[in-house]
Design a protein around this ligand. Structure first.
Ligand SMILES: Cc1ncc(C[n+]2csc(CCOP(=O)(O)OP(=O)(O)O)c2C)c(N)n1
Ligand code: SF4
Ligand SMILES: [Mg+2]
Length: 302
């Protein structure tokens, strides 16, 4: 018996993939930190990949001018997995940290990758003021409608009727529309895509990064483990199929000034049934971004 239990089932061994199957963004990943903590199929991996594709294919900013900051959460681990300068900040403080980098070293482009809980619960005040000041940074917010890392407590994005660890009978308070909040506070670029719309997401990230000023990209993502499971939404593939059906492409003309048109609809028992996506705002006549205004003020006084 003892002999038998020592036998190894070779079918379970994962062999090192051959060179041709290596990750296409291999040079931009911090190999020492991998494997990631992510559950297989999690949309955060898709988002990180979309960001890496944005900076290697669609956006001209030199990589040594990028600075990636995250807060705390599953999404908050992102800064540790990318092979760029960056900082893993404390909960809710990614934006003030990035603001310091931008103001002290304006050629740097801070990119914040963090979660809906980190940026819109504890971090909401910081986000609102950075948007108001039009600080030149790109915020990529993974909205999975839940606190994933801590086991599925409700977030400010958890929809009415949705079950979570802290709302076992269904949530009763209304959720935030994150894109609406970013625009209302002064963001000068705003886009939303689901993780199903990978190419559009990657291009929107690059467009947001090329924009001078505060740009916000909301990524509707699947936490099938802590949100999907409790709401009978199936696995990662089923949730992405739901996103495919629910997405509704909208542009600035469709929306006008009524940002409630971008509200997301969730129906208990059915899941997400309407997710407006697209570039919601791109101010071409951009107000001067914050560090330029600081330099102007300083030059004026000299
Ligand atoms: C000051 C402080 N309060 C609370 C926590 C616990 N905490 C860690 S992550 C998190 C929420 C993360 O949610 P989200 O940003 O949506 O990330 P996700 O895991 O869903 O990607 C909370 C409340 C903490 N780490 N620090
Ligand atoms: S708990 Fe949810 S958000 Fe966190 S890695 Fe797993 S699927 Fe992704
Ligand atoms: Mg979350």
């Amino acid at each position: 018996m003892a002999e038998q239990s020592k036998k190894i089932d070779k079918s379970t061994i994962i062999e090192k993939p051959p060179k041709e199957f290596q990750h296409p963004q291999e040079s931009l990943l911090r190999k020492k930190a991998i494997p990631t903590i992510y559950c297989p199929g999690c949309g955060i991996g898709t988002t990180i990949n979309a960001f890496l594709e944005a900076i290697s294919k669609y956006c001209q900013i030199p990589h040594d001018q990028l600075f990636v900051v995250s807060g705390i959460g599953c999404t908050g681990r992102a800064s540790g997995y990318v092979n760029l300068d960056g900082f893993h900040a404390i909960h809710g403080r990614a934006i003030p940290f990035a603001s310091g980098v931008e103001i002290a070293k304006p050629p740097m482009k801070p990119v914040i990758i963090s979660g809906d809980g980190d940026l819109f619960s504890i971090g909401l005040g910081h986000l609102a003021h950075a948007a108001r000041r039009n600080i030149d940074m790109t915020v990529i917010c993974v909205n999975n409608a839940i606190y994933g890392l801590t086991g599925g407590q409700d977030a400010p994005t958890t929809p009415v009727g949705a079950k979570s660890r802290t709302t076992p009978y269904g949530k009763i308070s209304f959720p935030f529309n994150l894109s609406h909040i970013a625009i209302a506070n002064g963001a000068t670029f705003c886009a939303r895509y689901t993780v199903y719309e990978y190419i559009q997401l990657s291009k929107a990230i690059a467009r947001g990064m090329n924009h001078q000023g505060f740009s916000f990209i909301e990524v509707i993502s699947n936490c099938h483990v802590n949100f999907g499971r409790r709401n009978n939404l199936g696995d990662a593939v089923a949730m992405r199929q739901m996103f495919k059906k629910a997405r509704k492409r909208m542009n600035e003309e469709d929306i006008g000034l009524d940002y409630h048109k971008t509200d997301i609809i969730f129906e208990a028992g059915k899941g997400f049934t309407r997710i407006p996506t697209g570039i919601f705002l791109e101010e071409r006549d951009e107000p001067e971004e914050f560090s330029e205004r600081i330099i102007d003020a300083y030059e004026f006084k000299k």
